[in-house]
Design a protein around this ligand. Structure first.
Ligand SMILES: NC(=O)c1ccc[n+]([C@@H]2O[C@H](COP(=O)([O-])OP(=O)(O)OC[C@H]3O[C@@H](n4cnc5c(N)ncnc54)[C@H](O)[C@@H]3O)[C@@H](O)[C@H]2O)c1
Ligand SMILES: O=C(O)C[C@H](O)C(=O)O
Length: 310
């Protein structure tokens, strides 16, 4: 399998590192617009191969899409990250131009590629990539929910004082501070609903901490996070590589599913060799449904700021 990662910054390099360490890809190509930057990151990462025990090859190129030809999967992380106090939505003007150009360049050289969009505001950038490239919806995956769910599990385990491997939970909805919908009533500890262990105040604390997970890290780091984002992307790429049909919440173009149309937003999907193999429509409570629809209104409003030239 050949994987391209566009943007060799914090998130792109972390994606490449985790993909390499998990050792399922033959070839990883890092692309950046900054002269020599991707080449340097690739060389540094390749010098970890004997230490970390992987055989994937990593190469870096400066804006040379010919080197990405024949990619099975391409991850788009190019664009600016937010600074403390900003929302993801404020990045739209700069990142829309970058994501559109990058997506078009990628499919020119890899017409069968599966795109994973990471750049923020992610749901809107996924929608933009879908509209700009015209790729079938199974081949455009927005990564947000896999990360938000990992943060949800971190908060659940913290409150339950248990190992993260004991908890299960999922976050759907938009990848934004206000739009995430952590499905707290469906979360479990070893199949037992967490409501059996946690009171209402504890549960709403977990939900709120999960929703602002990215903002909390941005405040601490001065820029946004990269380890968990990179790990989350690598799990999606691995599910494609292994055709595992694992379920993740991902941003996908909805055409009536969950009563929503003409937007990309996080819902559970199965990931396999064709990208999104299936959108899974789970039963939501009235409260969960209402929150998902409110979140969708926010995403649609942000989409409205795009000038999409399909
Ligand atoms: N969806 C998510 O869950 C998630 C998680 C973390 C970060 N992000 C987003 O990912 C993006 C990248 O974050 P980061 O921390 O890696 O930023 P960064 O600044 O460290 O890296 C971005 C890289 O993109 C490169 N770049 C810019 N324009 C380019 C172009 N046209 N072609 C190729 N490369 C280009 C830059 O040179 C830079 O190296 C941000 O928009 C951030 O908000 C999303
Ligand atoms: O918070 C951000 O701006 C980056 C990313 O979307 C995240 O959730 O870490």
């Amino acid at each position: 399998m050949k994987v391209t990662v566009v943007g060799a910054g914090a998130v792109g390099a972390s994606c490449a590192e985790y993909i390499a360490i998990k050792d399922f890809a033959d070839e990883i190509v890092l692309v950046d617009i900054k002269e020599g930057f991707a080449e340097g990151k690739a060389m540094d990462l390749m010098q970890t191969a004997s230490l970390n025990g992987f055989d994937s090859t990593i190469t870096g190129v400066t804006n040379d899409y010919a080197a990405t030809a024949g990619s099975d999967v391409a991850v788009i992380t190019s664009g600016i990250p937010r600074k403390p106090g900003m929302t993801r939505e404020e990045l739209i003007t700069t990142n829309a131009n970058i994501v559109k150009t990058v997506a078009e360049n990628l499919i020119k050289h890899s017409p069968n590629v599966i795109l994973i969009v990471v750049s923020n505001p992610m749901d809107t950038m996924t929608y933009l990539a879908a509209k700009a490239t015209g790729l079938p919806k199974n081949r455009i995956i927005g990564m947000g929910g896999a990360l938000d769910s990992a943060r949800f599990k971190y908060r659940l385990a913290e409150a339950l004082d248990c190992p993260q491997s004991d908890v299960s939970g999922m976050v759907i909805g938009g990848h934004s501070d206000v739009g995430m919908v952590p499905l707290i009533e469906k979360a479990t500890r070893n199949s037992v609903p967490v409501s059996e262990f946690l009171n209402e105040e504890q549960k709403s604390g977990i939900v709120e901490a999960t929703k602002v997970g990215g903002a909390t890290l941005t405040k601490l780091l001065g820029t946004s996070a990269w380890y968990a984002p990179g790990a989350a992307v690598s799990e999606l790429v691995k599910a494609v590589a292994l055709d595992s049909k694992k379920m993740f919440p991902c941003s996908v173009l909805l055409e009536g599913e969950y009563g929503l149309n003409d937007l990309c937003i996080g819902v559970p999907v199965l990931i396999g060799k064709n990208g999104i193999e299936k959108i899974v429509e789970i039963e939501l409570s009235e409260d969960e449904k209402a929150k998902l629809h409110t979140s969708a209104e926010g995403v649609s409003k942000t989409n409205g700021l795009l000038e999409v030239n399909a």
